[in-house]
Design a protein around this ligand. Sequence first.
Ligand code: 0PR
Length: 358
Amino acid sequence: MDNHYDSGRILCSMCTKPHPLAKKAYQMFFESNLGDSGLFSGSALLEKEVVNQLATLLQNKNAAGFIVSGGTEANLMALLAARNITKNNQPEVVLPESAHFSFTKICSLMNLKPVYARLDNTFKVIPSEVEGCISKNTIAIVGTAGTAELGAVDPIDKLSKIALEHRIFLHVDAAFGGLVIPFLPEPKPIFDFSLEGVKSITVDPHKMGMAAIPAGGILFKDPQMLDSVRTETPYLTDRKQYTFIGTRTGAATASTWAVFRTLGMEGYREIVTECIKNTKMLAEGIKRASLDLLVEPTLNIVAFKGQDTNNLAEKLWERGWFVSYIPRYDCIRIVVMPHVKRKNTAAFLKDLVEIEKL
Ligand code: 0PR
């Protein structure tokens, strides 16, 4: 009953078909448990190397972190660190209205009060609104580099300044954008550790990294920050654990390592360039069909509205196109992942025009 990315019809997913070598590496490391890393020191080394490569890509060779179960756990680790470092009895976190729903879960779990900052008409958070949301209880500010719904990139440079001025932890959720933005042509938004205020970044290999699930990534600017999320494990081969999940597969990390090694950063650039080209063609086709784009795409995500958008989404599903309908903006969202090829977007546009004519 499962759908497959190879059909080219999954237009609503931020995951994709893993690279062929991701599969091979996953199988080779099938038994590996990074929760007891002394037994699997090879896997632990691969994790270190992958984290170092991500750290270099995100402009801070000294950054430290882990390959975790996904963006949700990565964001959780960031806010846990921020909360533990800051120490406050009534902790609050300032989030853009567009923040991923994982933060709703995290706030509930950690008893954090979310304070939402408004967006501008390009769906990026407004820096002055963020500043206005700060109180004496704020333990962190979050910015998103590539929102799940529209691929918008918040003005992280401005958030960084605000965070420094108020001495508040800034976490960047680049779960999706972290492996897209570095490969865009200039001028591109700055969102990484080159901004002094950025203290942690989520970046997920199981999204645009083409690694096998579960491969999320969390990086901290300063390795000492990890002390704040350390748990003693008195009888394991390694006497401390940092990740929230205990027993965790080394296979997804091995798959990430293999894809990084095979594609290299140039390989990723080619894949992102192709996705962006395809995104632009799709966006042009949607405009030609007299439908309204919500916003010009920054990343490989297109969002548009029809006369009756919900109904249009249903018709597309009936024809086997898996698109997302986003109630908040009353729009259809398409994520142009590597499995979505030119021929698929062309066929999609043909069906879209036909449905609109009926
Ligand atoms: N932060 C951002 C910006 C995200 O886009 C996501 C997930 C997360 C955090 C959470 O990551 P995990 O789901 O890895 O914990 N973004 C996708 C979304 O919610 C996840 C997804 C992927 C959904 C594939 C559907 C799907 O088919 O849209």
